[in-house]
Ligand binder design. Structure first.
Ligand code: AMP
Ligand code: MG
Length: 536
């Protein structure tokens, strides 16, 4: 589409040598490839992370694209970010979003991070096929990362080709948009574009670049990498950087590193509780996929659970069920313990005191998670008023017991997670039929429902008020696996219709609309067993 692409200039610029901890890398100079504000594109990117923490990144240019073209542009997100969607869709914007040009003044870097993958430590992962283009300040004065994924090999690529295939990038777009509409903290996708090149996966696939927007890309693995450098000053600077961006209260604490840990424990407990409420399975909760901001990141093998069962695993490589639905809280705590270890050297006490105080913070996780979970489930079960304030009753031990016992009963009855709560809302409004049909004669769930009805008796609100409040928090439309796969298959074949229809449906997950019945239905029996794959 763009015949003479600015990035071809990058390929011609002479490489300069640069030493990063542990590696010597060749870095292409970015001079000469930067673009200005042609086509009306204004994309002012700061490089605070790169300036503040040069030890944790390598300046690196995107790898270019033969024929950059946009497939999807998130116009509403662009506007929220203060960007002009029309300008982004013109050739200069397309070139930037597809990794074929760099905005003037930007200083893209590949970020370094380590990570425990399935429990095994990899000392150096990093952005193997991604770049932090820079940070954008939104009209609401929020600083966000603008990041490219699939933009070519970097010094962290190891054996990888640095590329991404169209299907998985569209999948990230679909599911992260659904998450945002479900009010779950998440990285967002600004665009998916194709490069005009083919990438080799199981078969040849269209190469794609995804532009991701995140509160930041700081991960537990970023701290692990920083700690591994053996220079406590780097971790201390990273603590200050992360706290300034995400948890400013920690800066004023006596021990900022400990306070940062405490803040991350809180946001992660909330995040996992929100996943639990909607039946989301992340699928690859390695420490490099756990953010400091509390946003969901890395939509590789994730999927929404249909039939409720804590042992559910979709990821093709998760043989032991380490990242099964029901394991997400405990594995998150495990990941937070790795964060605590990385922070120990930056804490203010001696080693023993630091270990003791970090342990004390980690030990708060189960209660925090449980409190968040109970808050969300109290609302799902109709015990929270529409004004969103959990009442004393909602947080009572009676409701807590109901919440605690629900998962086993749902598992016993093999009910669809999403449908169950919507039908429960109908039952709260006096229409028991859909729920009765769903539950059948499962004794465990019938007994649980009797208890739920009894607890409900003390609620004096009109039935329709209660059911409306439940519908406000229990989605009707989630990205069901069979619908996602159907939409992606069509999109890769060049037909974006199903993808954009699904995006429209998922943008408003709580409001029932006529004609959308199929989007609320579980997969047909012929679908599955469903398998997902890590970010390919
Ligand atoms: P992910 O599964 O996307 O979290 O990736 C895990 C690690 O593998 C990260 O360090 C990625 O940058 C790297 N990686 C994944 N796919 C590729 C690829 N095609 N080329 C280079 N690096 C990759
Ligand atoms: Mg990842």
């Amino acid at each position: 589409m763009v015949a003479e692409s600015p990035v071809s200039m990058a390929a011609r610029t002479s490489p300069m040598e640069r030493t990063v901890p542990g590696v010597r890398t060749m870095v292409g100079s970015l001079a000469g490839m930067a673009i200005g504000s042609e086509d009306g594109l204004r994309l002012d990117l700061d490089d605070w992370f790169a300036r503040d923490l040069p030890e944790l990144c390598v300046p690196w240019p995107p790898g270019g694209a033969t024929e950059p073209a946009l497939v999807l542009l998130n116009g509403r997100l662009a506007s929220d970010l203060g960007l002009d969607p029309d300008a982004l869709a013109r050739p200069t914007g397309v070139a930037v979003l597809c990794g074929d040009a760099v905005p003037a003044g930007a200083n893209p870097v590949a970020q370094a991070y380590a990570g425990h993958q399935f429990g095994g430590y990899s000392p150096r992962l990093g952005d193997g096929r991604a770049l932090l283009l820079g940070e954008l300040t939104t009209p609401a004065a929020r600083r966000v990362d603008v990041h490219l994924k699939g933009s070519g090999r970097t010094p962290f690529a190891r054996g990888g080709d640095g590329r991404a295939a169209l299907g998985p990038m569209l999948r990230e777009y679909l599911i992260s948009e659904a998450m945002a509409a479900l009010d779950i903290p998440t990285t967002r996708v600004l665009s998916v574009g194709t490069t005009g090149d083919l990438v080799r996966r199981e078969e040849l696939a269209p190469g794609a670049v995804l532009a991701r927007v995140a509160a930041s890309h700081l991960r537990v693995g970023t701290f692990q990498y920083a700690a591994s450098l053996g220079d406590p000053d780097v971790v201390t600077r990273l603590v200050t950087h992360a706290a300034t961006r995400h948890h400013p209260g920690a800066l004023d604490a006596d021990d900022p590193a400990l306070a940062l840990l405490d803040a991350v424990v809180e946001v992660q407990a909330d995040l996992v509780a929100r996943w639990s409420a909607v039946g989301f399975i992340h699928g690859v909760l390695n420490t490099d996929n756990v953010t400091i901001s509390g946003e969901t990141i890395d939509y590789g093998p994730c999927a929404f659970m249909d039939r409720h069962d804590p042992t559910t695993v979709f990821s093709s490589i998760d043989h032991g069920g380490r990242y099964a639905f029901g394991n997400q809280p405990s594995i998150t705590l495990w990941n937070l313990a790795r964060l605590a270890e990385a922070l120990l050297g930056a804490m203010t006490g001696d080693v023993d005191a630091n270990v003791a105080s970090a342990t004390e913070v980690l030990e708060t996780f189960p209660d925090r998670y449980r409190r968040q979970l109970h808050g969300h489930y109290a609302a799902k079960l109709g015990f929270v008023a529409t004004d969103d304030r959990p009442t004393d009753h909602a947080m009572s031990s009676v409701v807590g017991d109901l919440v605690d016992d629900l998962s086993a009963a749902m598992t016993s009855a093999q009910v669809d997670h999403t449908t169950f709560f919507r039908h429960l809302g109908r039952a709260a409004a006096g229409d028991d039929r859909p729920l009765a049909d769903l539950v059948g004669d499962d004794a465990a769930l019938l007994e649980w429902l009797e208890r739920w009805r009894t607890v409900r008796l003390v609620d004096r609100r009109p039935a329709e008020v209660v059911s409306a409040a439940m519908d406000d928090v229990n989605p009707l439309y989630v990205p069901r696996n069979h619908l996602v796969e159907e939409a992606l298959a069509a999109a890769v074949d060049g037909d974006l219709g199903a993808c954009s229809d699904l995006l429209d449906v998922l943008a408003d997950p709580f409001t029932q609309r006529p004609g959308l019945e199929r989007y609320a239905e579980p997969a047909p029996a012929s679908f599955g067993p469903y398998r997902t794959f890590c970010g390919t």
